[in-house]
Design a protein around this ligand. Sequence first.
Ligand code: NAD
Length: 378
Amino acid sequence: MLRIWIPDLARNDEGKKEIPGQVRKDEMTKDISDQIKNDRDAQFYFGGILMKSILVTGGAGYIGSHVIRLLRKNGFHPVVYDNLSGGFKDFVSSFDFIEGDIGDFDKVMFVLKKYDIQCVMNFASFIAVGESVQNPLKYYENNVAKTLTLFKAMLQSNIKQFIFSSSAAVYGNPAVVPILEESPMKPESPYGKTKYSIEEVLKDLTVSDSFHAMSLRYFNAAGADESGQIGESHVPETHLIPLVIRAVLDDSYTVTIYGTDYDTPDGTCIRDYIHVNDLGEAHILALKKLIETNQSDVFNLGNGKGFSVKEVIESVRRVTGRDFKIQEGERRKGDPAILVASSNKVKLQLQWQPHYTHIDSIVATAWKWESQQKRKGY
Ligand SMILES: NC(=O)c1ccc[n+]([C@@H]2O[C@H](COP(=O)([O-])OP(=O)(O)OC[C@H]3O[C@@H](n4cnc5c(N)ncnc54)[C@H](O)[C@@H]3O)[C@@H](O)[C@H]2O)c1
């Protein structure tokens, strides 16, 4: 079996001597990927410590497929488990991938044992707020009931570290922005309630079973990897940036602004967009903290800055240099005027810093992905 040593990046950055046998930082990515191709049972060491594998459920989806690349870059061994209900096999072609459902207890048990999993990162979930209002049981079954089955398999396998994709939807319509982690949780949609329910279960499991969990509450994940190889691809797509780009690429499509009379400077809703790789970096930091300290915690993951719908539309015009059709519509029920995260806690406690702080830099990566991909989410 191959043993791969991945240097401690902090130590190398300080210019200290490397330990013989380690892969040099500047050769790391190529070297590791070459070796992984030849040895699927490779063991991974980071800073001299053997890294066990991380099970990434929902890893073939938009956010998960970015995080697995960052996991690998950081010396972890991601194993993807996904039922492909919303994910894509080609996003995970160079990774260990098992097609399966998190509600399949026996299969999850088998995978946890086979790959000697240390921690589970769970992205597997249905994600469309509107659909959850129309069909709440579909959401409670997948996002709650099946996640409980995953927990049962973890506990039976004595795996007690968990990273959870929660959502800003747990806050509902907040009274105060920027939103702090301590803000009251009053989810409005069934989707938001499923995320809230799992956070509550996790709190109880930390007490009853010494479970250790990080709940990461994402604001609006956006953009794509700079490679242009992976990106946002939801079917159907409901997120603003890909829909505006659709209007650029498809003359017959008109993008709708839902409400222009909100109490905001230009009358349109303001949201917090976080680049998907910045979001991914926060997962790596949270994972390292969890492994190191075994302490459960909750973090907002947002840029801490808001952009209005009209500002996003203007950004797409600037980045693409093209014009497209827009129309103004009525407000949608339940859309708060402003949803912006306080990102102070993640910056202070995990030393996280976003690299994509302006909306144009996020839109540019989304444009690169959307303009060259064949598969459309609409
Ligand atoms: N995209 C966002 O802006 C955003 C915001 C807040 C929270 N989140 C959360 O982040 C996570 C990932 O979101 P995304 O945008 O990448 O969505 P996505 O649909 O692209 O990815 C979800 C993945 O989970 C898989 N999946 C769903 N149910 C499953 C099951 N029962 N068993 C196995 N696999 C299953 C799907 O096939 C898909 O690959 C979700 O939990 C979502 O609720 C996303």
